[in-house]
Design a binder for this molecule. Structure first.
Ligand code: PLP
Length: 389
């Protein structure tokens, strides 16, 4: 019997190796990876530049804590500030921790500014921000919260993409409005740029901070390094994780100089946050991203992917509906009574890895280095499955 806590619905597959887009299980079966460990392995598996950076850093300095400085985290903070046009970076180990830091920053920023009444963290319906209590309280899906109550107080929700609702809910008691430019877990729902622009305006008027959770849709998945670049709206606070370290655990909360006053020495911390090895992996990821012009590559593949997904929906209207998404983050809705979970399991049996997302959808979030031929091979499997249904 496995001693692992049974908190996951894991597929009965043991992965042992990965190289590029190909993952191999313990039986020697190979898979074309179109989920990338949930949007994490941007450069694919076992990328030589990542492996070399990790190995080199591991022989130099693995851990220093935050009692002292070290070069990888300082350099990475500079690189991220440059690429995001934000000023200050806090490192942690996961997405949920990055959001937790953003929530704490927002509350304390308002408190320090003499506005203790501005404490509400306003989030959207359909949001997913993580599994710790703060991030969970900002997550709208009730199933994730059931039985864990009471949730922390001071969280509210407003309908996603509803500007009138936002005008009503983003009032003088709001410390921060947190939103995913593309809601990943709930079904790859893309924000209307006008909704984000309205959020920016309302936050400026009320003094609330605007937080973008780009943990899934950022770090290059939409082509541009930040998701917000594609929406033309800049937040005060930005969270990232998943793909940042290309599979090594690292999260980051970035903010403007003005917002950064919220957290001062002693206010927040993390023993492992910004540890040298994950920082070295993230730096290698950014370097390869530049050297290979990954931005242009993703934007070109985006067109190919969505053309292919629309073709699937047109060819199999009883199984698939029109896709949602942007960049290399997509959901292909599955028409009832067919089930996305069953289609994903069948694709796995046929050697292609996808995920599911809300709204009975197949989630497609491949390594960003995927080729058109690999995309074609993956989508062909979805077509074959539909034919058999
Ligand atoms: C995955 C995810 C998180 C949580 O990140 P973890 O690293 O699992 O803690 C938060 N927000 C979004 C949008 C995510 O996709």
């Amino acid at each position: 019997m496995s001693h692992l806590l049974q908190n996951y619905r894991r597929a009965d597959v043991t992965m042992v190796r990965g190289e590029g887009l190909i993952v191999t299980d313990s039986e020697g079966k190979t898979y074309l990876d179109c989920i990338a460990g949930i949007a994490c392995c941007a450069l694919g598996h076992a990328h030589p530049a990542i492996a070399a950076a990790v190995a080199e850093q591991a022989t130099k300095l693995v851990h220093a804590s935050n009692l002292f400085g070290h070069e990888p985290s300082a350099t990475l903070a500079d690189e991220l500030a440059k690429r995001t046009d934000l000023d200050r970076v806090f490192f942690c180990n996961s997405g949920t921790e990055a959001n937790e830091a953003a929530i704490k920053l927002a509350r304390k920023y308002q408190w320090r500014a003499g506005h203790p009444e501005k404490l509400t963290i306003l989030a959207c319906t359909g949001s997913f921000h993580g599994r710790t209590f703060g991030a969970l309280a900002a997550t709208s899906t009730e199933a994730y919260k059931e039985g864990f109550g009471p949730m922390p107080a001071g969280f509210g929700f407003t309908p996603f993409n509803d500007i009138d609702g936002l005008k009503k809910n983003l009032d003088g008691n709001v410390a921060a409005f947190i939103v995913e430019p593309i809601q990943g877990e709930s079904g790859v729902n893309v924000a209307d740029p006008a909704f984000l622009l309205a959020a920016r305006k309302l936050c400026d008027e009320t003094g609330a901070l605007l937080i973008f959770d780009e943990i899934q849709c950022g770090s290059g998945r939409l082509g541009t390094f930040c998701a917000y670049e594609r929406f033309g709206v800049k937040p005060d606070v930005l969270t990232m994780a998943k793909a940042l370290g290309n599979g090594l655990p690292i999260g980051a909360m970035l903010c403007t100089e003005a917002a950064s006053t919220g957290l001062q020495p002693g206010d927040h911390g993390s023993t492992f946050g910004g540890s040298p090895v994950p920082c070295a992996a993230a730096l290698a990821h950014l370097r390869v991203r530049d050297e290979t012009d990954l931005q242009a590559h993703v934007l070109a593949r985006e067109e190919h992917l969505f053309a292919g997904l629309h073709a699937l929906a047109n060819a199999h209207p009883g199984v698939y509906a029109a896709p949602r998404g942007m960049g290399l983050l997509a959901a292909l809705p599955v028409v009832a009574p067919h089930e996305a979970g069953a289609i994903v399991a069948e694709a796995r049996a046929r050697g292609v890895l996808f995920g599911t997302a809300g709204g009975n959808s197949v989630r497609i979030a491949p390594p960003l280095v995927i080729t058109d031929a690999q995309l074609d091979a993956a989508l062909a499997v979805l077509g074959e499955i539909a034919k058999g249904l």
